[in-house]
Design a protein. Sequence first.
Length: 273
Amino acid sequence: MINPYNMLYIYYFDGVPFVDGVIQNNETFLGTWVEEEIAFLFFSSPSDNMIEVILKKNKGIGLVEKYEMTGEQWHGDKIEPYYMNDLCICPPWNKPAGNNGTIKKIVLDPGVVFGTGRHQTTVDCLYLIHRLCTENKIESVLDIGTGTGLLSLGAAALGCKQVMACDFNLLAVKTTLNNIRLNRFEDRILAFQARGEEIMGIACDLLVANIHYDVMRHMIESPFLFEKKWFILSGLLNSEAKKVLASLSCKNVHIIERRCLDGIWNTILGKRA
């Protein structure tokens, strides 16, 4: 399989355009990333003619800028296999050959959803998930802000029977669904679109949230957080982690570990007291 993201053609809109079926079904169209009142449309080849059609059909929005870059430039990292303990995370077009039976392979196609799984917060979350799943009986996981679905895939590969992967961004959910299929985890992982703070009541052994602090600060005030046996909170800068820890200090929880290996990004592992 050839890397389909060698070159990306990204169109940045002020506004969220409606993309009809003709464009959605075009093999060069890779998806739309929506952030409030702006949107990025991704193509694998120059698509100026399609953009003209979109602009004619969508009055009141404008094309701000066009970018051309490689997939690795967009992600800010190489898209290549890497290892986390006995897990091998690899893109579908570059699967390491051979396996002595001790390595669990996770196929990850990041698409155009930002991140290859090697950001410090993702690495720390995956490390803690691995530790919890190998040392404890973790049967159900709620992964909030799943992105490409890597943390959910990791939990499933490590034996979790019921994994719920949630993201408010529709393109992230579609990317996760593709990765679920690539790994044949349809019987273990359910991916869906929702706001993280609105689904805290879902019962699970482990809650994982690698998200922005603006969302996190609402989640840690939810009484449902403290019904989870374990929780991993990540995506926090130093000042944000201090605020989260201060808030949790008066709750009925036990903080087991705070990881900040790069001195910037924090991940917190906690347990119900």
